[in-house]
Design a protein around this ligand. Structure first.
Ligand code: NI
Length: 166
């Protein structure tokens, strides 16, 4: 399969989005170029985050924008989250043109590895916290639709079915 096609953005209904991802054990050049391509896709699609399954790669890799700079999150885990929750509209590149109100912690602290295999902490509030939690959800096969009521879920499923039929 050509590289470009392999990197096609996956939308809801693609089974890869539900698969649990594999941990990264080797920090090498192929990982770096993979991440580089993910960052490119994130910028091209105007996203503030992207998880590897969204480009067809079932591995624990995500990128998020922090102060307009891409941050690389390898094998990320949530270390701490505020009990204080906020409801905001949230979108996902895998659900084109869909924005839903989702309740998430206001603040979060995440542990991850960088491209050199060095562990680091990243914390954020507001939009950054939301992006971090959203991308880590992707790595566990969890999607925004899972936070919604059965009625909302049915509406979105039907919208997505129409999109697939196009
Ligand atoms: Ni998403």
């Amino acid at each position: 399969m050509p590289l470009k096609e392999r990197f096609k953005l996956r939308i809801y209904g693609d089974p890869i989005l539900r698969r649990k991802t594999e941990e990264i054990k080797e920090f090498n050049d192929s990982l770096s170029s993979l991440v580089e391509r993910m960052i490119k896709v994130m910028f091209e699609k105007d996203g503030i985050g992207l998880a590897a399954p969204q480009v067809g790669i079932s591995k624990r890799i995500a990128v998020v924008l922090k102060d307009n700079e891409p941050k690389v999150l390898i094998n990320p885990t949530v270390v701490e989250a505020s009990t204080d929750m906020v409801e905001e509209k949230e979108g996902c590149l895998s659900f084109p043109e869909i924005y839903e109100v989702i309740k998430r912690p206001r603040w979060v602290k995440v542990k991850a590895f960088d491209l050199d295999g060095k562990e680091y902490l990243i914390e954020g509030e507001g939009l950054l916290a939301r992006a971090l939690l959203h991308e880590i959800d992707h790595l566990d096969g969890k999607l925004i639709i899972d936070y919604l009521s059965p009625a909302r879920r049915a509406i979105i499923k039907s919208k997505m079915r129409k999109l697939w039929a196009k």
